[in-house]
Write a protein that binds this ligand. Structure first.
Ligand code: IFM
Length: 452
């Protein structure tokens, strides 16, 4: 018999999350500029089935319906992202009032529904003009990002309750600039490191800009997971540790400790690094972890090739990802490892101690190829099992002493899953892309019962 679902603190924040390019559509409306994802997804072979975010879940037009679904779900907060190219079509210069107006209306709608708006400023849709000028490889982008943060903070700071300048800088660095399977499609290997540094610098500058605009409750949504060694051998252990340094600590240490995790890395990033790290480590009110699954890493075998998400790792790296076996898998072929969430939270608590602000789980979720709705129902027992098990694991982390304040299910509705297009469905609400009809899945009703 399964243990009863654990009781979370009364003020625990239950949320759901989304991101602009994944749900909004309306890419050519009201003066929105082009983003790197418009460009990338238009290139043949980049996205499964040639999908693009041009229409997505049409949230730009249907936001009121989506907020009503969130209200009925009972979430305390909705995490959405603001599209920089809607606010500043070229990523700098004058404000596009019509674009910013959309977020004004969305935030008002959320407030009227009693849902706290939680805004991400950058969830990967870099303005194309900014990319053309060097994108995140250029230091200037960090400064432009801070200008944009200030515009948004001044307009929405009176109503947005939580702020995240960045979402998952590791993914933009690794997939966008190092491996090339995400926009902007650069395959620079270690030459991508400036993109990490400039995003982090942009984060720190944006934190300052938001505070100057009177915004409070500022954090980050950063992707983290345990890196397991393929065996107990010295080589595999070292390989796993090197990989974890690159995907976890390279992004968390600068923010939480004001330092890079290895002197070699600090030496490889551009600019006045020591000075920049002071900006990057501007104190946060909380730290957000996006968790999906651990990685298993071994030392490079003779003739071995490292692949991550179908993209080949640059030659010469001393490690290679191995397949995690012995766990159920989602339809996206990701292993389901709920205890990895507990482990991640424990790793952070141990590594940063008193320097760690309260945590939020700013994303966790799973893709299953759900059946089409029948009589208004979409049975998705595996998604229920995923969130149930991950919340139990999170509760265990809290019982072990971690200060975790909330959980945002990824995702509110089905949406454009980047290079995987629309085949992957993460939503609590099913979207029929032909009609844009929304149908709450069984997991939506389950989550509602948990929120209580
Ligand atoms: O859909 C993404 C989201 O944009 C960022 N975090 C991971 C999710 C699932 O891949």
């Amino acid at each position: 018999m399964t243990d009863p679902f654990p009781t979370f603190p009364a003020d625990f924040l239950w949320g759901a999350a989304s991101a602009s390019y994944q749900v909004e559509g309306a890419v050519d409306e009201d003066g929105r500029g082009r983003s790197v994802w418009d460009t990338f997804s238009a290139e043949p072979g980049r996205v499964v089935d040639g999908d693009t975010g041009a229409v997505a879940a049409d949230h730009y037009h249907r936001y009121a319906e989506d907020v009503a679904l969130l209200r009925d779900l009972g979430v305390g907060a909705y995490r959405f992202s603001i599209a920089w190219p809607r606010v500043q079509p070229d990523g700098s210069g004058p404000v596009n009032e019509a674009g910013l107006g959309f977020y004004d209306r969305l935030v008002d709608e959320l407030c009227a529904a009693g849902i706290a708006p939680a805004a991400t400023l950058f969830h990967w849709d870099t303005p194309q003009a900014i990319e053309d000028a060097g994108g995140w490889l250029s230091r200037d982008t960090a400064e432009r990002f801070a200008d944009y943060a200030s515009i948004v903070g001044e307009r929405l700071g009176d109503r947005v309750r939580m702020w995240m300048p960045l979402n998952e800088p590791v993914v933009v660095t690794m997939f966008g600039y190092a491996l090339g399977n995400h926009a902007p499609g650069r395959a620079l290997g270690f030459e991508a490191l400036p993109a990490a540094h400039h995003q982090l610098l942009g984060h720190g500058l944006a934190v300052r800009a938001l505070r100057a605009a009177g915004c409070s409750s500022i954090g980050i949504a950063s992707n983290h997971a345990p890196v397991w060694a393929a065996s107990g051998s010295e080589e595999d252990t070292q390989a796993a540790s090197a990989y974890s340094t690159l995907v976890n600590w390279l992004f968390a240490d600068p923010v939480l400790r004001g330092e890079y995790p290895a002197p070699e890395l600090a030496a490889m990033v551009p600019g006045p690094v020591v000075e920049d790290l002071k900006t990057i480590s501007e104190p946060l009110d909380w730290f957000g972890i996006n968790y999906y699954r651990p990685t298993l890493i071994g030392a490079l075998t003779d003739g071995g090739e490292g692949h991550v998400e179908g993209a080949m790792l640059p030659p010469g790296l001393p490690f290679e990802p191995r397949e995690i076996t012995g766990y159920p898998r989602t339809d996206f072929d990701w292993p389901v490892v709920p205890d990895g969430l507990r482990e991640t939270v424990a790793l952070f608590t141990e590594r940063y101690g008193d320097a760690l602000p309260p945590l939020y789980i700013t994303e966790s979720g799973c893709s299953y190829h759900d059946p089409d709705p029948v009589d208004g129902r979409v049975p998705d027992p595996d998604r229920i099992a995923y969130h149930d098990a991950h919340l139990r694991a999170l509760h265990q982390a809290m019982a072990d002493g971690a200060d975790v304040r909330g959980y945002f299910a990824w995702s509110a509705t089905d949406n454009f899953e980047w290079a995987a297009g629309y085949r992957e469905r993460f939503g609590l609400v099913h979207v029929d892309y032909a009609t844009q009809r929304r149908t709450p899945k069984d997991s939506y009703h389950w989550y509602k019962s948990i929120i209580g």
